[in-house]
Write a protein that binds this ligand. Structure first.
Ligand code: 5RP
Length: 249
């Protein structure tokens, strides 16, 4: 189900062009305001959109004196929680979360996601899997009918370093396309994840049954996790170019 509302907090707002950063903020604020209540354990995602969600969460914690415990999905998320003086926890102490909020690289019409543009897919999937409700926040560029229409960098796949060549070959042989080792911006070496692994970006050629593909890729020895999130997201908030927030559930 899709709905469109002009969501501007308590401020009335005229429609106009808002850039991607403003759109991220609109989505993040709407999700935090609609899904976070007192006495909750909250999973904190990774990326640039989640920064706005943590801003809004810390504002609400201060203003409303909320008791919120946060579980991070990455080193970045951990730093964000600490910088905002929020209560930091982990899955040892809080293995059940009330809600997890996270960004996405692409969200299709059935709420299947590509995640891992920032390389944090494994911990993001673990935390989302521990949450009663998994809520996605994104700007309009991530809104897609079918995976691959918007996000052109492929599906991130976290692999054990020694296995990156065999895994890359196995994926290309079985599913087509090309799985490329993600390099650091400096090109000095591969990107290394928070779990000390490598990332392959699988540039697939055509739409597939993502549930089956996800399961099959995870069976390849050396694969730690894929950035395909199938049947996990409950609702997505998209900040739109016209200043509205579109939701999908
Ligand atoms: C990191 C992620 C991010 O959530 C995803 O890349 C979206 O990031 P951004 O909010 O910066 O667009 O999956 O691994």
């Amino acid at each position: 189900k899709e709905t469109h509302v002009c969501f501007c907090g308590s401020r009335p707002r005229s429609y106009g062009t808002v850039m991607a950063e403003e759109a991220k903020k609109l989505a993040a604020y709407a999700a935090v305001d609609n899904h976070i209540q007192n006495n909750q354990v909250v999973g904190i995602g990774s990326g640039s959109t989640i920064v706005y969600a943590v801003d809004r969460l810390s504002e609400r914690v201060r203003q409303e004196k909320l008791n919120i415990v946060c579980v991070p999905t990455s080193f970045q998320a951990r730093q964000l929680i600490l910088q905002h003086c929020l209560t930091l926890s982990d899955l040892d102490r809080h293995p059940e979360l009330d809600v997890a909020i996270d960004g996405a690289d692409e969200v299709d019409a059935g709420l299947t996601l590509i995640k891992g543009g920032g390389g944090c897919l494994t911990q993001e999937k673990i935390v989302a899997g521990c949450a009663k409700h998994f809520i996605v926040i994104a700007d309009f560029r991530k809104d897609s009918k079918a995976l691959g229409q918007q996000w052109k960098k492929g599906v991130p796949i976290e692999v054990i370093p020694m296995a990156y060549i065999p895994v890359s070959r196995a994926i290309a042989k079985r599913f087509g396309g090309e799985a490329v080792l993600r390099m650091a911006v400096s090109k000095a070496g591969p990107v290394v994840t928070d779990n000390s692994n490598f990332i392959l970006d699988w540039k697939f050629e055509h739409s597939q049954n993502w549930k089956e593909v996800n399961t099959a890729i995870k069976m390849i020895p050396g694969v730690v996790e894929t950035g395909l999130f199938v049947g996990m997201a409950e609702k997505a908030y998209f900040g739109m170019e016209d200043g509205s927030v579109k939701t999908r559930d």
